[in-house]
Design a protein around this ligand. Structure first.
Ligand SMILES: Cc1ncc(COP(=O)(O)O)c(C=O)c1O
Length: 355
């Protein structure tokens, strides 16, 4: 190899840029990252008290297994079909870096989850990306047609950033007709219409990826999990995954959170109600085109005014996500559903600006 060969690699990596996180805005009403502030602070306090069970001088030997048994009780799927990771980001990354190559074609939507797209770019994995229609919907027939040309199917269901979710029978039909690896990312699954978790029992090529970051409101814990057939799970957990992929604190807190899943379910119900309020209120403005959502956020096109809307909100300490062009929509903004108070501040600021 040529001397200092690694310099070229560094240059290449830097030219890719990587996943762009939102700008930190101090003390903001944070509606930019699809986090969940609706979950009561008490829930966090309770699960953090679980650190009493931890001795962080030790590696968490047996900890992941206990965590997986708790996920098994929560999902009603055998432990042998469950794996965990440092956020679902890490699970997706390990699947991509080990199963895909420059010759592997990944079928997905455009837009799709930004981190996933960035990782494909990093590894030089080609994407076949099917665009959303003007009303931010996907056409199943396009996917069925293209599925013959692809080796991996990746769909986030519901999709980030559109909030779209295929009808369950359509997605099942697509998965059944696909003969490569299928990754269904259900990061927002609890806010949606259905989960395909149980399909894994009959569909050998399916991996369903989930997280505690969204519905459980634990993005900072960095805990994701997946459900897949036993052989995939063994290979992933025994060979691909690190020996200690999640921390002792994450294991103990994750177990506590899953055992208090009723709080999560109540939170999801609240978010659905608030989502409806936000969609219906934004729809009253002629300046906006608002897309229905099955997730904990809403996408809307503010057309030419999108930069002005974004900056005006930012000036008032309200942070949403500026996405800009998506397909034929030039001015897309995405707002996370927060607490009732946060949402009201957002809607009032919009009213002051446009009302
Ligand atoms: C579709 C999708 N998948 C996965 C993730 C990552 O979740 P985690 O926090 O578990 O890494 C996100 C986070 O925004 C997401 O939008």
């Amino acid at each position: 190899m040529k001397k200092n060969w690694h310099e070229d690699k560094i240059k290449k990596f830097n030219s890719i840029g990587g996943y762009r996180k939102p700008e930190p805005v101090k003390d903001s009403v944070k509606l930019d990252s699809n986090e969940n502030y609706v979950i009561p602070k008490q829930f966090q306090n309770d699960i953090l008290s679980s650190k009493k069970n931890s001795d962080i001088r030790e590696y968490p030997l047996g900890g992941v297994e206990r965590l997986i048994d708790t996920i098994s009780k929560f999902t009603k799927v055998p432990s042998s079909m469950i794996g965990v990771g440092n956020g679902s980001d890490q699970i997706l990354d390990l699947i991509l870096s080990n199963f895909a190559s420059r010759q592997t074609r990944v079928l997905t939507s455009n837009p799709t989850f930004g981190f996933f797209e960035e990782r494909c770019k990093l590894y030089g994995i080609p994407l076949i990306a099917i665009p959303f229609s003007d009303d931010m919907k996907l056409d199943i027939e396009n996917f069925l047609k293209q599925s013959k040309n692809a080796d991996i199917l990746y769909l986030d269901s519901p999709n980030n950033p559109t909030g779209f979710q295929f009808k369950k029978d359509q997605l099942q039909r697509l998965i059944k007709s696909f003969d490569g690896l299928v990754i269904i990312d259900e990061a927002y699954g609890e806010f949606g219409e259905y989960s395909l978790l149980n399909m894994v029992k009959s569909q050998n090529n399916l991996v369903v990826v989930k997280t505690l970051s969204k519905s459980f409101g634990l993005a900072g814990l960095r805990l994701g999990y997946f459900i897949a057939n036993r052989k995939f799970t063994d290979a992933f957990m025994n060979v691909l995954q690190y020996p200690y992929p999640v921390s002792t604190i994450t294991i103990e807190s994750g177990i506590q959170a899953l055992e208090k899943s009723k709080t999560m379910k109540d939170t999801v119900d609240n978010i659905r109600i608030e989502r409806k309020r936000i969609v219906e209120t934004l729809q009253k403005y002629d300046a906006f085109e608002v897309f229905d959502s099955r997730a904990n956020f809403v996408l809307f096109d503010a057309h030419g005014a999108y930069k002005r809307v974004y900056s005006a909100l930012a000036e008032q300490g309200i942070s949403i996500r500026k996405l800009g062009k998506i397909g034929n929509h030039d001015g897309c903004l995405r707002v996370t559903i927060g607490t009732k108070e946060m949402n009201s501040k957002f809607l009032l600021a919009i009213r002051d600006l446009l009302g």
